[in-house]
Ligand binder design. Structure first.
Ligand code: LMR
Length: 417
């Protein structure tokens, strides 16, 4: 009965991790998956997370009952404040609907599924007409997620390979010419995979067109804190869009900024035009998200939500978390500088773009989009045992004092052929 089942290719990112694990070469490096490693190349359990786990372990009042369908209430209320700001008008006016999700992936999935069912400009439209515009390039999973919920992902210009930077004018032209009320996915900060973010002035221009055209902003925020080391700073674009009353939703993930990759803890936040059970009201939106959640997972899991809730709701733990985030963000920035110096000063490696290797230090967040072409990327994997995606992305979080020389040497060799 399964004769017609075709073989599906393995996931490009996680296949790299599998290849890396099987590799016996002593200098192998995994720069594929976006997962933070410490300077020893080891997974990093944030000190604040260790503390939160101890608190949970010694709390005898904790049981194993189901959570409410929307998630752990103390997590749900705190997570929306983290992204929108505690003094957010939308929160004070009860217009923010938040549910706990299976990390950012689950949030993207529900965000897409909700729009597919209820986004008014799409009512009565076919899958082909329900276009969600995504940056070219974007996170490898975005298109698969949106396709799976009955949307049609379509690229918009974002990255300029000739400058290894933002294709601002094409991006703005696209926003101006796209049909009114288009749904457009934006990376809130630390764009994955390019590490290329708009500046605040550029975000303002982008927001202005969103407002004029009535576009819907589908924000994916998987790296809050990772771009600058500062949680509020990294939420700036989202908060600016909210202040401009642009219709939007925000997907959150605590995989990277709390190192809770396996706990799958995240949230979907939709900003409604009104509070309560009225047309477009938050209560109606929430009621539909609860249905989605019930159909898919019934009730979200407890562990990650309890950890993050402790951290977000306790002043002392929150301050410690900020320090941990700074530790991670600053180590990545230091590695950017080391790699840049090695390529420029030691190896004098010919650069793939017009601005030398400046993009290595200018790009933001966990990833560097090196500018290496697919043949050079293949050489990195096959000759250098440096696991990286074929689009030229490397996870800076996989680089450390011990392997940075080897990474630079291999980039040099790959570029020189
Ligand atoms: C990545 O882009 O490497 C991470 O977000 C992991 C993933 O799920 O793809």
């Amino acid at each position: 009965v399964f004769h017609s089942t075709p073989y599906a290719p393995p996931d490009a990112i996680f296949a790299l991790t599998a290849g890396y694990q099987q590799d016996k070469f002593d200098k192998k490096v995994n720069l594929g998956v976006g997962a933070y490693r410490d300077n020893e190349g080891k997974p990093f359990v944030l000190p604040v997370v260790r503390k939160a786990k101890q608190i949970l372990a010694s709390d005898d009042s904790i049981d194993h009952e189901y959570l409410p369908i929307a998630g752990l209430p103390s997590f749900v209320s705190a997570t929306s404040k983290l992204i929108f700001g505690a003094d957010s008008r939308a929160i004070k006016e009860d217009r923010v609907v938040t549910i706990q999700t299976i990390s950012g992936t689950g949030a993207n999935h529900y965000g897409g599924a909700f729009l597919q069912r209820f986004y008014e400009p799409w009512l009565g439209k076919s899958k082909e007409e329900k276009k969600i515009y995504v940056s070219n390039p974007t996170w490898a999973n975005h298109k698969a997620i949106f396709n799976s919920v009955g949307l049609t992902p379509v690229d918009y210009p974002y990255y300029d390979s000739s400058t290894i930077g933002l294709a601002l004018s094409s991006f703005l032209d696209f926003l101006r010419t796209a049909p009114a009320q288009s749904v457009i996915l934006l990376h809130a900060c630390a764009h994955n995979p390019t590490g290329v973010d708009p500046t605040r002035d550029e975000w303002k221009e982008i927001a202005k067109i969103f407002k004029e055209k009535g576009h819907f902003a589908f924000f994916d925020c998987a790296y809050q804190g990772f771009a600058s080391g500062d949680l509020d700073n990294d939420a700036w674009a989202v908060r600016h869009f909210v202040s401009e009353s642009i219709p939007l939703l925000v997907c959150q993930s605590y995989a990277k900024n709390a190192g809770l990759y396996g706990e799958r803890i995240g949230a979907l936040n939709i900003v409604a035009s009104h509070a309560g059970d009225v047309e477009g009201g938050a209560a109606r939106i929430k009621s539909q998200l609860l249905i989605l959640q019930r159909q898919e997972i019934s009730n979200p899991p407890t562990f990650g939500a309890r950890i993050v809730s402790l951290i977000l709701n306790d002043e002392k733990l929150f301050a410690e978390w900020k320090e941990d985030i700074e530790t991670m963000a600053h180590r990545i920035i230091a590695m950017r500088e080391r790699l840049h110096a090695l390529l420029v000063d030691k190896y004098k490696t010919p650069a793939p773009g017009p601005n030398g290797w400046d993009h290595v230090v200018k790009q933001i967040g966990m990833f560097t989009f090196t500018g290496l072409n697919p043949t050079q990327c293949k050489a990195m994997v096959e000759k250098g045992h440096i696991y990286m995606t074929a689009n030229g992305r490397i996870s800076m979080a996989g680089i450390n004092d011990k392997n940075v020389e080897w990474v630079a040497e291999c980039i040099d060799k790959a570029i020189r052929g």
